[in-house]
Write a protein that binds this ligand. Structure first.
Ligand SMILES: [Zn+2]
Length: 152
């Protein structure tokens, strides 16, 4: 397993505008950060970099959406998942599964295991670390991912 960096951290919130305002006021998140709508995954998200890490602050557009249901289950907003960049996603998944991991279906794409996303191949695990969902991403190099889909 070779985790090279944290690709992003994704937080589940009830009100992305309000949350983004707090990041701007309290932590100096970039003032020009805007909330964007991602139709495929039915999320509204503010995405920005802070301290060298990409933050994704996400709010479900539907009451039973991925992030809304997570908040309902836990009773509070919080860190939903960390996306770990790996050198080779197939090798990482094989190693994790050999160590007892189970793959989880991607909420947006309904695909289990490695599949194309806008920035790289991704896969989710059913297993958590410290209550945090695990996402792997093998980030595309320049000539890869030409068929990448739009949106998060
Ligand atoms: Zn997906």
């Amino acid at each position: 397993m070779n985790v090279t960096l944290i690709k992003h951290m994704t937080f589940a919130v009830r009100d992305v505008e309000k949350s983004l305002d707090a990041y701007k006021r309290l932590l100096g998140a970039p003032a020009d950060t805007e909330v964007k709508t991602f139709a495929k995954s039915r999320n509204k998200a503010a995405i920005f970099e802070l301290g060298g890490i990409e933050y994704q602050i996400t709010e479900s557009m539907d009451p039973d959406g991925r992030f809304a249901s997570w908040i309902d289950q836990r009773g509070h907003e919080g860190l939903h998942h960390i996306c770990f960049a790996v050198e080779d996603i197939d090798a990482a998944l094989a190693e994790a599964q050999a160590n007892g991991a189970t793959l989880k279906e991607c909420f947006a794409c309904k695909v289990t295991g490695s599949h194309v996303h806008p920035e790289g191949w991704v896969a989710f695990l059913d297993d958590e670390v410290s209550g945090i969902e695990i996402e792997y991403m093998q980030v595309y190099k320049e000539d890869e991912g030409v068929d990448r889909p739009e949106g998060v």
